[in-house]
Design a protein. Structure first.
Length: 170
């Protein structure tokens, strides 16, 4: 997530085949493969043999699967990398919600999962202090982001993408 390459991105919606409502908005480089992955990653088992609970979207997908259905995918927009695909995804999520869509997106578009930020940092052998130094910010800010208590601002997320290009994982 932190390193955008130069491939075209597609902003898409997953549509409930029962009522035609858009239930999820996402971004991908390959709509066909992404639809398959949405529908095939539902059966992950935990060590105790129970299905891993991953959120409302997965509950909805399991419900469809139990009824012999699959979501439909519609591509809203094709986005060149220089046109900031994360922002375009946010625009579509905002547009859908403003229109009354009950989206199942777990967190706002482009907002990193706190574990992704920690993994980004650790993969480079950096401490929170090191990452903060690269960003010109306090290590307290990084700590709050990784704890999920705050979300990095958009400019910081863009800086992280640039850092990913300059400093690949070690």
């Amino acid at each position: 997530m932190w390193g955008m390459d130069d491939r075209t991105r597609y902003i898409y919606g997953l549509v409930d085949p029962r009522d035609g409502r858009v239930r999820y908005v996402g971004m991908t480089t390959s709509p066909e493969l992404r639809l398959v992955s949405h529908c095939t990653n539902l059966g992950r088992l935990q060590p105790d043999g129970q299905l891993a609970r991953r959120g409302r979207k997965d509950d909805w997908l399991r419900e469809l699967e139990a009824g012999g259905l699959r979501p439909q995918m519609t591509v809203f927009e094709e986005v060149a990398p220089e046109n900031d695909p994360l922002v375009r995804e946010e625009v579509w999520i905002d547009r859908m919600r403003a229109g009354g869509a009950d989206l199942l997106n777990g967190r706002p578009a482009g907002r990193p999962d706190p574990s992704e930020l920690a993994a980004f940092r650790v993969a480079r052998g950096w401490s929170q202090h090191d990452l903060a130094r690269h960003l010109g910010l306090s290590s307290g800010a990084v700590s709050l982001w990784e704890a999920g208590k705050r979300t990095p601002p958009r400019l910081v997320r863009l800086a992280l993408e640039r850092l990913a290009q300059l400093h690949p994982p070690t």
